[in-house]
Design a protein. Structure first.
Length: 329
């Protein structure tokens, strides 16, 4: 059996391909790490550059280059494909189209449809029960978001792009904040200023979408990253934010910490996992400040490595075992 993991680069592996490629090899799989941005077709047979992981024991390491034989690998010669990264913007449309076509013949751990349509903040209202999500407003019209903010003068908000990640452009908006108007203009494309600078809009359509979400006080008590595979909670850790930042993303200076996960939190995470499985999503990372879920990550959810650091337990074998059983059935 051969598993193809599609990653951004073969020269600097992040935690998921490093840990999970070793886990699948321990279960007898061949593992190929392939470049997601190098997908091509030979008479409509899809392939990419990659590395067939070789050697005994752990041949892939977090932060190192993939070790093994480099070559060209065809999708239809693999029995399972796992998208572990997001294609670059310039080639994303073509990559997703080819991946969808490939998925008609070879199973994907996380479906292309699910990755494209559910890996964003728009999907929270579709997946989550109302009591487990913060109220929010989405628009590319600055005036609408500004009006919503002003209707609730005592409310704190968070403003962010619906398809951002790693804490990019996530702003905390306090009541009567002096920069709120500017921030909302910026997030929606600065259309008023651009229309003046472009002499009536000759520069083209500039509007961008933003989400205005009610601030959740529970976030101040700390978020938890929960890894769910095939509807089962596998690993988790807490995140302690930098004291000078409201964001708890590890990429923004937060630190992973050991925490407990109670039965209510496990139940909510597994409910989300089961709902996403109905759309072909079998591996996710959930950001939770119970009873709220802040967001979920489907393409390359971190958490396994940091959970291992704080707990001393590597749960990658449990993930591999669940995925293998899922696709055997």
């Amino acid at each position: 059996m051969r598993l193809l993991m599609l990653v951004n680069t073969l020269d600097l592996l992040d935690e998921n391909p490093a840990l999970l490629s070793n886990a699948f090899r321990r279960f007898g799989y061949e593992v190929v790490l392939g470049e997601i941005n190098a997908i091509a077709a030979d008479d409509y047979r899809y392939f990419t550059r990659g590395v067939l992981i070789s050697g005994n024991g752990d041949a892939s390491h977090h932060g190192s280059a993939a070790l093994g034989d480099r070559g060209t690998f065809f999708f239809d010669e693999c029995q399972l494909i796992w998208v572990m990264s997001w294609p670059q913007d310039g080639v994303a449309r073509d990559v997703w189209q080819m991946l969808w076509l490939a998925s008609q013949h070879t199973p994907f751990v996380n479906s292309v449809e699910g990755l494209v349509f559910l890996n964003n903040k728009h999907a929270l209202g579709y997946v989550l029960p109302k009591e487990n999500r913060a109220s929010s407003y989405t628009s590319n019209d600055f005036a609408l978001l500004w009006g919503r903010y002003r209707q609730n003068p005592d409310q704190s908000w968070v403003a962010k792009p619906p398809n951002g990640g790693c804490g990019q452009n996530v702003f905390l908006l306090p009541p009567s904040g002096p920069n709120v108007r500017t921030i909302l203009q910026c997030l929606t494309g600065n259309t008023i200023a651009q229309s003046v600078l472009d002499y009536g809009g000759v520069g083209g359509f500039k509007a961008e979408y933003a989400i205005l979400q009610k601030f959740i006080p529970e976030v101040a008590q700390g978020e938890k990253r929960v890894i769910v595979a095939c509807g089962k909670v596998i690993a988790w850790h807490g995140r302690s934010a930098d004291p000078h930042d409201h964001r708890s993303n590890l990429t923004q200076g937060a630190k992973p910490i050991a925490v407990e996960l109670d039965s209510n939190e496990v139940g909510l995470a597994e409910l989300v996992g089961r709902r996403l499985m109905a759309h072909g999503i079998n591996f996710i990372g959930i950001d939770m400040a119970y009873p709220y879920i802040i967001e979920f990550n489907l393409a390359y959810p971190g958490g396994l490595y940091d959970a291992k650091l704080v707990s001393g337990s590597d749960r990658s074998d449990q993930v591999a075992e669940l995925i293998i059983a899922r696709f055997k059935s």
